[in-house]
Design a protein around this ligand. Structure first.
Ligand code: F6R
Length: 591
């Protein structure tokens, strides 16, 4: 199945709802940006505005103001191509119900056939469009709007976060099962406002008070907020929580892009990440120390951070830890038992493949530690111990500071299991800060040359092997350059056949790996490649030398930084948007 992300937003309050929703959607564009749309209730009818492409600086006067209720969506296409008719919101056959949806309706074909047999003409190729029709059909049975949405949800199979409005009802109904959605509230006596969004960054400028819905919840927002269970309409007590993030953290500030800002935040992020609750860390390290098997489950950069952690657990603590991709976990998770520990890593806390593995492991009684950034996310709520990344909002689609947080936390945990200290932790933040300041101009100049490359290889050994994989991933996704990371020793077992005149090879080295990496670099040069050495000391094998401070065991945390910056600057040279690479979205919420 194709991954689906998308951003949804809604507002009910006294301000111009369309304006509030558009602002929210702009902040959610990192979740999907191939088309977008808004439906606003205006004088008892629904005004629909949908467009292909990004929101940009669209003028509100073109969309139409609203009387206080609006919903919107920014799409990452799955079912149906990128065109206006497939963009959300979708309307019911009587044009009275509008729905935005994030997730996948797995039984949509069957539902579409059922609707067509009732002579309802479908206007799009999406799975979502069945939802407003089903709601409108339920409403013909003389029921309330919220009840109609609930009953429609009972017919859906798959995953969803749904926001629905009706032209004749002064309310917004939100349903969640398997896809994230959060409600923001501002409940001053005179001025009640409600915000709905895929994540809190959409409305952080307006409120930090939020209600996280659980799977199976249905929220009814009118003059107040009520939460029910979808299954039986039973009442649910909810909690209003305060988001620990500030708006500043979710804005670009003086930087050109979020990616650059987030790389520059890393020296502070390592300090925050290491400021964990001592008792949670102690409990986690004792579980890991005693466990039969320890598995890290994650996807993408989170999995690569897990591989650095694996190297720490093995080398420092003599504890074998395995890293399993969320999407490939089905063969191993069922083999685990209550003697084992699963460490789930996820910035968003919503990655469907990771959540699937976690749920399977929980059912086997496996103890679950999670390293997660998004407060209130699905992962944080099902874990036995949560070690928060404390990275602040990571808005750029490409992971940088969440990777750094995760590696820092795993290094700390491994040192606790080993009952040893990593002394270089005390220099990490200041070394990283001065490295960023000194290396960025050099890397920005190098980016002009690298931008012309079609292929790049990155090699490393030991702790720097997973770092080479992460560096290659940054270059691929940010600059659209074919990049591959290798263990230095593997090059001669096949991949060296790809080295030709002019191909850049980035060699990551430190005192413990330099001798062998230099041999690999010479092999590359003998075949016409040119070598960029990222090392603590210069070497004649390097055509270009990027000096990094020597941080011993923490070298993976420092050596990745110039390569994150390189990926950023190559994207800028190529005129690409590093914050929103093509075909990607931040949170992959279905399998
Ligand atoms: C790469 C990147 C992705 C994510 C992956 C997991 O830069 O951002 O590879 O790391 O989709 O996401 P989380 O950590 O949210 O589970």
């Amino acid at each position: 199945m194709v991954p689906l992300m998308c951003g949804i937003a809604g507002y009910k309050g006294t301000e111009d709802a369309t304006q509030v929703v558009i602002e929210g959607l702009r902040r959610l564009e990192y979740r999907g940006y191939d088309s977008w749309g808004v439906a606003s209730i205006n004088n008892d009818h629904i005004e629909l505005f949908r467009r292909e492409g990004r929101i940009g600086q669209v003028s509100i006067s073109r969309i139409g103001r609203s009387s206080g209720i609006s919903i919107g969506h920014t799409r990452w296409a799955t079912h149906g191509g990128v065109c206006e008719s497939n963009a959300h919101p979708h309307l019911s056959f009587d044009s009275k119900v509008a729905v935005v949806h994030n997730g996948i309706i797995e039984n949509y074909q069957e539902l579409r056939s059922g609707l067509q047999s009732r002579d309802i003409a479908l206007q799009s190729q999406t799975d979502t469009e069945v939802i407003p029709h089903l709601i409108a059909l339920e409403l013909t049975q003389d029921t309330s709007f919220a009840e109609a949405v609930r009953k429609a949800c009972l017919r859906l199979k798959g995953s969803y976060a749904i926001v629905a409005v009706h032209q004749d009802f002064d309310e917004i109904v939100v349903a969640r099962d398997g896809s994230p959605v959060v409600i923001g509230t501002r409940m001053d006596e005179s001025d009640k406002e409600f915000f709905v969004a895929s994540d809190v960054t959409a409305f952080l400028d307006r409120t930090k008070e939020v209600v996280y819905l659980r799977d199976g919840d249905l929220a009814v927002i009118n003059s107040s907020l009520e939460v029910r269970r979808i299954i039986d309409a039973s009442h649910v007590d909810f909690k209003i929580e305060t988001v620990p993030w500030s708006l500043d953290e979710a804005s670009k500030g003086e930087y050109h892009h979020f990616m650059q800002k987030e790389i520059h935040e890393q020296p502070q992020v390592v300090v925050s990440a290491l400021a964990q609750d001592d008792s949670a860390l102690a409990q986690a390290s004792s579980w890991i120390g005693e466990a039969g098997r320890v598995i890290v489950v994650a996807c993408g950069s989170s999995a690569l951070a897990g591989m650095v952690g694996q190297a720490y657990f093995r080398s420092l603590a003599g504890k074998d830890v395995q890293v399993v991709l969320g999407s490939e976990s089905d063969s191993i998770i069922p083999c685990l038992s209550s003697q084992d520990v699963l460490i789930a890593v996820s910035q968003s806390g919503e990655t469907a493949d990771t959540i699937h593995a976690v749920k399977t492991a929980k059912a086997k009684g496996v103890r679950l530690i999670s390293i997660v950034n998004a407060t209130g996310s699905s992962l944080s709520r099902i874990s036995d111990i949560v070690l928060p990344m404390r990275s602040g909002p990571e808005i750029c689609v490409v992971a940088t500071k969440s990777y750094i947080s995760t590696v820092s936390i795993l290094a700390r945990l491994a040192s606790m299991v080993a009952k040893t200290d990593i002394t270089s932790f005390s220099n990490l933040s200041t070394s990283m800060k001065s490295l960023i300041a000194s290396v960025e101009p050099q890397v920005a100049a190098l980016a002009v040359r690298i931008a012309k490359s079609k292929d790049i290889f990155v090699i490393g050994r030991g702790l720097l092997y997973p770092t080479s994989l992460e560096a290659a991933l940054k270059l691929k996704e940010t600059c659209y350059i074919h990049a591959e990371g290798f263990a230095g020793g593997e090059l001669k077992h096949g991949s060296i056949a790809l080295i030709e005149t002019g191909i850049p090879v980035i060699a990551l080295a430190d005192d413990s790996t330099r001798a062998l990496i230099v041999s690999n670099a010479m092999e590359v040069r003998a075949r016409g490649g040119w070598v960029i050495g990222v090392d603590t000391k210069p070497n004649e094998a390097y055509d270009v030398f990027i000096q990094v401070p020597d941080l011993g065991l923490l070298q993976p945390l420092i050596s990745i930084v110039p390569l994150q910056l390189l990926a950023y600057h190559v994207a800028v040279v190529k005129g690409l948007d590093p914050d929103k690479p093509r075909n990607l979205a931040k949170s992959v919420t279905v399998k």
